[in-house]
Design a protein around this ligand. Structure first.
Ligand code: 5RP
Length: 232
């Protein structure tokens, strides 16, 4: 780990822990995925263990988050039992000025979007380098596709102007999401019309989810060298 990584990790932690302050006793809380969201889960676990916060249940957005939360004794539930989530804390890969996002760097985009759409409040926690003037400037758009016919989806995405890379797991084999799907990381460059692109992606059978999160974030907590800011 470089010193830059250490600084970034401390900003991620600061943003995540600030967001945990918004959790009230009795809430159903969406638990995001990724290194930043994991700081929120750890903080929540510590507050519950200390008895400072009570009667909170979590809806994990991935198997990894489920395992982390369970290891910390955070009580878990599902959207079947609690179809409305009071507040979700999740990370993002890129954040535009209007709080539109690219998510899915950790491969949990489909469950993260399902939980975000079920949430009254979606608090996004990031370190400052993730702020961007326009989506697509810093990060490709992850597109989760059904394994059946995935090469056809790759051609479709290229026809929309993307440079497409199949995401690989650490062992070099194709990465599979918690749903068993393939992720195609699509570099569109800076995206002029995210809503138009989202509509095209959503019209395609075989595309199970995409990483454009538009009109879903209600709050943004950013930590950086200038301190922590909270925007709604
Ligand atoms: C997972 C995500 C993550 O929230 C996103 O990739 C940010 O990750 P990190 O907090 O590790 O930088 O969308 O699917």
């Amino acid at each position: 780990m470089t010193s830059d990584d250490t600084v970034s990790a401390s900003f991620k932690r600061a943003a995540a822990e600030r967001a945990v302050d918004f959790i009230q006793p009795g809430m159903v809380v969406g638990l995001g995925t990724g290194s930043t969201a994991a700081h929120a889960v750890r903080r929540l676990g510590a507050l519950l263990a200390a008895g400072t916060l009570k009667d909170v249940v979590g809806v994990p957005t991935s198997r990894a988050t489920e395992a982390l939360a369970a290891s910390l004794g955070v009580p878990l539930t599902t959207l079947d039992v609690h179809p409305v989530v009071d507040l979700t804390i999740d990370g993002a890969d890129e954040v535009a000025p209007d709080l539109s996002l690219i998510k899915g760097g950790g491969g949990a985009l489909l469950r993260e979007k399902v939980v975000a759409q079920a949430s009254r409040r979606e608090i996004i926690v990031v370190d400052a380098p993730k702020l961007s003037p326009r989506l697509g400037t810093k990060w490709p758009v992850p597109v989760e596709v059904l394994p059946f016919g995935w090469r056809s989806q790759a051609l479709f995405l290229e026809s929309l102007g993307a440079r497409v890379v199949v995401r690989l797991a650490l062992d070099g084999a194709p990465y599979h999401t918690d749903q068993g799907n393939v992720v195609l990381d699509c570099d569109f460059g800076p995206i002029n019309d995210p809503a138009g692109l989202a509509a095209k992606l959503e019209s395609r059978a075989g595309v199970m989810a995409h990483g454009l999160f538009l009109n879903l974030a209600t709050d943004l907590v950013v930590a950086g060298p200038e301190g922590i800011t909270h925007r709604v």
